[in-house]
Design a protein around this ligand. Structure first.
Ligand code: AMP
Ligand code: ZN
Ligand code: FE
Ligand code: FE
Length: 291
């Protein structure tokens, strides 16, 4: 199984990078991408873990970038996956740092608003839950769960944390065209994440998806996509000559989805690898270890 989108404690997943690799291997995933929000912070531990693995395993290092699409008077938040880009490419590195920094002030603003409304959580609690990872709403969701306000992080997103909630505060986002360019300049492969995850808010329509020069792929199969949307996205992706991926967007205990719940074809993976010039994949060496 090939799963190209997963989160760790470097952002808002609940598995450490080492746990993620072990869980993926145990679930039968043989190629996994680590794609934390706006950070490469989990890469090093993931690489070290893969090198020690006893099963054939390929790690693809990536990041899920927080982006904004602007056109025709609309502003739409979206996520862009970047795979195998050079982490030292300066402009992109600086943007990641700015986005992570913005997540702190923005997380605190959401918590302040919730506290002012009487919800019994604190910023310190959220900081502790985030444990140094890029702060996100799922961490606030877990604080609300610990406080007994909601039964699950998913429940917290239904109202209190949704983008239409009175407590919502936006975070810094990169213009998507800039993100595509910087990922390409760094030798990476930009793939738009869950473009039609409609429950999250406004989404890019077909015309907008067609208007992103330099984009190399579309995440077609994703837990938040309907069957009809997957079919249409697959057609669109093929028509535009883009590669189509499928991924779980695993977040550990902070979301109900399993590793390998959605997968990418070996052909699409090969194409992705052939397009990447930034950094290499990391492969385990079980035979060498056994010998
Ligand atoms: P943020 O990056 O802080 O704006 O938070 C967005 C993150 O929350 C994304 O990684 C989503 O995967 C996650 N998220 C969005 N909707 C939900 C939901 N309904 N349940 C759990 N996590 C969600
Ligand atoms: Zn997330
Ligand atoms: Fe996402
Ligand atoms: Fe994600």
């Amino acid at each position: 199984m090939i799963d190209l989108h997963a989160h760790t404690t470097a952002s808002d997943g609940s598995d450490t990078p080492a746990e993620l690799i072990h869980h993926a291997a145990a679930a039968g995933v043989r190629t996994l991408a680590i794609t934390d929000h706006d950070t490469t912070g989990g890469w090093e531990e993931a690489v070290a873990t893969v090198r020690q693995l006893d099963v054939p395993f390929t790690l693809i290092r990536g990041t899920e970038f927080s982006c904004i699409y602007t056109g025709d008077g609309v502003r739409i938040s979206l996520h862009l996956l970047g795979y195998l880009f050079d982490p030292d490419a300066e402009a992109l590195k600086a943007e990641r740092a700015r986005m992570r920094e913005s997540r702190v002030g923005r997380g605190k603003a959401i918590v302040d608003a919730l506290v002012a409304a009487g919800y019994p959580i604190s910023w310190q609690q959220v900081v502790d839950i985030a444990g140094g990872g890029a702060v996100g709403r799922p961490h606030i969701g877990q604080a609300l769960m610990q406080a007994g306000v909601v039964d699950s992080v998913t429940d917290a997103f239904a109202h209190l944390l949704s983008s239409s909630s009175p407590y919502y505060v936006p975070k810094r986002e990169m213009p998507v065209q800039l993100a595509i360019e910087l990922i390409r300049q760094a030798g990476g492969v930009p793939v738009i994440a869950h473009p039609w995850a409609r429950a999250r808010g406004r989404i890019l329509d077909e015309a907008a998806l067609r208007s992103l020069p330099g984009l190399l792929g579309i995440e077609v199969d994703h837990p938040d996509h309907s069957a009809a949307d997957r079919a249409r996205l697959a057609e669109l992706s093929a028509e535009l000559g883009l590669l189509s991926t499928g991924s779980s967007d695993y977040h550990g205990t902070r979301k109900p989805v399993r590793l390998g719940a959605e997968t990418t074809s070996p052909e699409a993976l090969q194409r992705l690898l052939s397009l990447a010039t930034g950094i290499e994949v990391i492969r385990s060496e079980p035979a060498a270890k056994a010998g």
